[in-house]
Ligand binder design. Structure first.
Ligand SMILES: C[S@@+](CC[C@H](N)C(=O)[O-])C[C@H]1O[C@@H](n2cnc3c(N)ncnc32)[C@H](O)[C@@H]1O
Length: 354
C-alpha cells in the first residue's frame, strides 16, 4: 500500500482531515476491474465518457467545509452543483434515478436547479441518526435550536417526454387524436373504468399504464381510431411504440418490504469507518456514507449490470456497494488522498460484511 504523510491541514468543523501521499506521482489516476471505473480527477471531465446511468448517487458539497472545495454555506451550493446537474441531465434517460444526499437546507437550495434541468421530485428520505449522534453533548442554550441528527436523501427521476410532452399529456393527446370517446379506453383495456380514471387522467390521479395495458390501448387506437391520424402512440411517427419500449419510459423502482421514507440508523462508527493509515483512531473522511444505505438505494433503482454513477467519490461507498451487487460503477474523486484510500477498499472487497 502507498504511504501517507499525516495531517497537514484542517478543514470542516475543526477536525483534522488531510492526509497526503508522499508524492502525487505515486497515485494512479485510474482503478478498474471488470465492473468498476474509478478516476482521479474532476467528474465534470468524465461524464461524457461514462456509460449511460441508470442510477446517479450524488454526495457532494454540503456547505459546511466538509472537504477541500466544499463551500462555507448553503448559499454557494447552487453555483457548485449546477454544472454537474446540467451534465447529468444530458446523459440521463427516463430510466435514470437520482439520489441526492445533503442537509435539509442544502437540498432545498438545489431542488429548483434539479427541476430546471428536468429532474422530477419523487420523495425525500430522511436519515435519522438518533439521539446517540449528539450523545448529550449539545448545549441548546448556546445553539438555540433543536439538535440536528438527520441528513436527507432526496429521490428524483428524469422526466420522460415524448414530442416535448410529459407522458401524462402525451397519452391523453394521442387518445384524443383518434376521435374515439374517452370511455372506449376502458373497453380497450378490458376494465370497467380504470383506464379513463388512471391512465388518461390529466391530474394527480394519473397512473403510468403498465406495459400490457399500454399495448392494449395502442392496439385499440390503431384499429378503431380515425384512419388519417395513424399511427397512434408512436414516438417517431412511423410505428406505434411497443410494450417493451414503453416499459423503458420510467425509472426502475423496487421497494424492499417494510421500508418508509424515514431511515433509522446510527451514524457510522467503529470498524465501519475508514481510518487514516498512520492513525487508526482518526476517521479518514467526514462524509463517508453507510454501505447498507448505498445498497438499499442501488437495489431499489437498478438491476444487475446497470451503470451506477458516483460523481463525488470520497471513499467510493456507492461504487463499492454497486460492485458488490453486480452493477457497473463509474466514479471520480478529485483529492488524491481520498482516491487512494477509497481505491484500497476495492482491493479488500471480501472483508466487507453486508
Ligand atoms: C461528501 S464527499 C463523498 C463521500 C462519499 N459518499 C463516501 O461515502 O465516502 C464528496 C467528495 O467529493 C469530492 N469532490 C468534490 N468535487 C469533486 C469533483 N468535481 N469531482 C470529483 N470529486 C469531487 C471531494 O473531494 C469529496 O471527497
Amino acid at each position: 500500500m502507498l504511504q501517507y504523510i499525516v495531517p497537514i491541514s484542517t478543514v470542516g468543523r475543526s477536525r483534522s482531515r488531510s492526509i497526503r501521499p508522499n508524492s502525487v506521482d505515486e497515485v494512479p489516476n485510474l482503478y478498474q476491474d471488470e465492473l468498476v471505473h474509478l478516476f482521479l480527477g474532476n467528474s465534470l471531465e468524465y461524464y461524457e465518457k461514462w456509460e449511460t446511468p441508470i442510477v446517479i448517487i450524488s454526495d457532494g458539497a454540503y456547505g459546511i467545509l466538509g472537504f477541500e472545495g466544499d463551500t462555507t454555506n448553503h448559499l454557494d451550493l447552487p453555483a457548485w452543483y449546477e454544472p454537474h446537474i446540467k451534465e447529468w441531465s444530458k446523459r440521463a434517460t427516463p430510466q435514470t434515478t437520482l439520489w441526492f444526499w445533503n442537509s435539509e437546507i442544502g437540498w432545498s437550495v438545489i431542488h429548483p436547479i434539479l427541476e430546471k434541468y428536468g429532474w422530477k421530485y419523487v420523495n425525500c428520505n430522511i436519515w435519522n441518526k438518533g439521539k446517540a449522534h449528539i450523545a448529550g453533548n449539545v448545549n441548546t442554550v448556546k445553539i438555540r435550536r433543536f439538535p440536528v441528527v438527520t441528513e436527507v436523501c432526496a429521490h428524483y427521476v428524469f422526466e420522460a417526454k415524448i414530442n416535448g410532452m410529459p407522458l401524462k399529456d402525451w397519452l391523453k393527446t394521442e387518445w384524443k387524436r383518434t376521435d374515439l370517446p374517452l370511455k372506449k379506453a376502458n373497453e380497450a383495456c378490458g376494465v370497467k373504468d380504470a383506464a379513463v380514471r388512471k391512465y388518461l387522467d390529466s391530474g394527480h390521479l394519473w397512473y403510468f399504464p403498465p406495459p400490457e395495458m399500454f399495448e392494449k390501448l395502442v392496439a385499440y387506437a390503431n384499429k378503431y381510431g380515425k384512419i388519417t391520424g395513424k399511427p397512434y402512440f408512436s414516438s417517431d411517427g412511423l410505428e406505434p411504440m411497443s410494450a417493451k419500449e414503453w416499459s423503458k419510459m420510467r425509472a426502475k423502482f423496487y421497494c424492499p418490504h417494510g421500508y418508509t421514507n424515514v431511515w433509522d440508523r446510527n451514524a457510522l462508527c467503529g470498524s465501519e469507518r475508514i481510518k487514516i493509515p498512520e492513525n487508526n483512531s482518526k476517521a479518514a473522511h467526514l462524509n463517508q456514507k453507510p454501505l447498507d444505505f448505498m445498497k438499499l438505494i442501488i437495489d431499489a433503482s437498478s438491476d444487475k449490470g446497470d451503470a451506477v454513477w458516483e460523481p463525488f467519490g470520497g471513499l467510493f461507498s456507492a461504487s463499492l456497494a454497486a460492485r458488490l451487487m453486480g452493477r457497473k460503477a463509474f466514479s471520480c474523486e478529485i483529492d488524491p488522498n481520498y482516491f487512494l484510500l477509497g481505491m484500497n477498499r476495492f482491493k479488500t472487497l471480501t472483508s466487507f460484511l453486508f
